[in-house]
Design a protein around this ligand. Sequence first.
Ligand code: SF4
Ligand code: MG
Length: 314
Amino acid sequence: QHLQVHFPIKKGLFQRTQGHVKAVDDVSFSIAKGETFGLVGESGCGKSTTGRTVMNLIKSTSGQVLFAGENLSALSSKEMLTRRKDLQMVFQDPYASLNPRLTVEQILEEPLTAHQVGDAEERKRTIMRMMEVCGLNPAYLKRYAHEFSGGQRQRICIARALILKPKLIVADEPVSALDVSIQSQILNLLQDLQEEFQLTYLFISHDLAVVKHLCSRVGVMYLGRMAEIGTAESIYTNPLHPYTKSLLSAIPAADPRQKRERILLRGEVPSPSNPPKGCAFVTRCPSAKDICKHERPRVSKVEDDHLVACHLFT
Ligand code: SF4
Ligand code: MG
């Protein structure tokens, strides 16, 4: 609710603070239990920072992260440690997020020992079962992370995230670093696991096409703000925000007869340290009006479960 994450810009010899980067600037959304919420936008729009803030890995400047009714932002780091079991993260780069000098067994055992789950024997059984569930051969228990391919490494990361039986998984671009041929395997795995373990996902991606088949609801971010939120159905068939429309126009249509006009945006994304005064999208919006230059559009409800922040709809 109303998340803001501002990073200070430090300059010069004395590292004096000179302004702030508003990485996340008043973002609100909710994720229902068991659903997959897709958070989409170009790189630098604040989606990863939002994901890390939801995980409480980054403290928000203001606003709240409510998890099952509890305000995570108000917890001490010690209290957060005990909640860590419930919230896990899968990162983009399976090469960078695994220690190459540890075996799969060591990687998967670490969270179990940290949270004092079971004795050595139980832990081993849990690890082998989790490997199996994630499509890894349990016979490879003693192999090192660097001996696996990218797709298999991401399976190890997913197994590690799942081993404590979390409720929410924040997956930040989990397939972006993988070959296209491997991507759908990992997406299918995530879907199967969701059913089996009743998981809730916050799925972060720069690619609306990837999110399409996975998410029940989607939020589109631009320059630290939420442009539009809706059910996947409404976002894909009836996008309202000019930015969402331009993103969607870049996805090739499945049916070539169905011609979609490509909307090309002018210019670049402005710097989050110096965002436009009114609507964040005003410098690139094909439908910008005068009011857009000086008044920030409020997030308003257009239909049930379809919100948009744009003056065209207020
Ligand atoms: Fe475009 Fe104005 Fe809507 Fe912003 S508020 S998206 S500039 S029309
Ligand atoms: Mg990112």
